[in-house]
Design a protein around this ligand. Sequence first.
Ligand SMILES: [Zn+2]
Ligand SMILES: [Zn+2]
Length: 263
Amino acid sequence: MRLLDSHCHLNMEEFAEDLELILRSAREARVERMLVAGFDEPSSGKALALAKAHPAEGVFAAVGIHPHDAKTCPPGGLPESFQDWAADPRVVAIGETGLDLHYNLSPREVQEESFRRHIALAERVRKPLVVHVRDAYDEAIGILRDEAAGRCTGVIHCFSGEWRHAAEALEMGFFLSFAGPLTFPRAAALREVAARVPEDRLLCETDSPYLAPQPYRGRRNQPAYVAAVYETLAEVRKVPLEILAGQVWRNAERLFGWGDGNV
Ligand SMILES: [Zn+2]
Ligand SMILES: [Zn+2]
């Protein structure tokens, strides 16, 4: 059985001290693919550097600017460096990008503009999007439709919306990735949504160092803990863990095109 973490931030300061140990723990937990998502220009460069340094551990990168950091986007476009980075074979997705109207750390119009530029870049380089949405599902789906993002598709990471949002994203060809919150006792509604997603559109992630699943809640999250998300997902969908793991593996391969890892 092989597991994967479709979204983590090994490019963050939190992992600077003990990255080798974290990668070893991931391997011991059978996590053989990790997508490290950038959230601003330096962290996107770091994600690519990690992917290049750790091909044997199955590390890949996504480059993007988080909606919180959208205000760091240069006026008139994405950072120049993104054009080259996006074309690198170790970069398998564009993001994270999206809309976060919960914290509103960047003005809404700025978030929207940055989101649209990411979609254009994804379409240009023909790579999928990694989309972050918080308290903005209707708005984010509106933008994806508007920009015809069904052409590049992608993943709604750490999905936390209602079924109607899931249905709209699925209709556009998007995948839904579930994270630690799926395991939280009070997340019954989210588990119901997760049970209904077609098996060929599911992904699992940690979003580490954030959102550690039960029973690690409150600790620094890490890719090895993704196993807890798989277990909950297998339970709510009433499928054996091995079957789910195989399906998620094939889904990620289809979306990210990372094949045997030697791209
Ligand atoms: Zn996010
Ligand atoms: Zn993230």
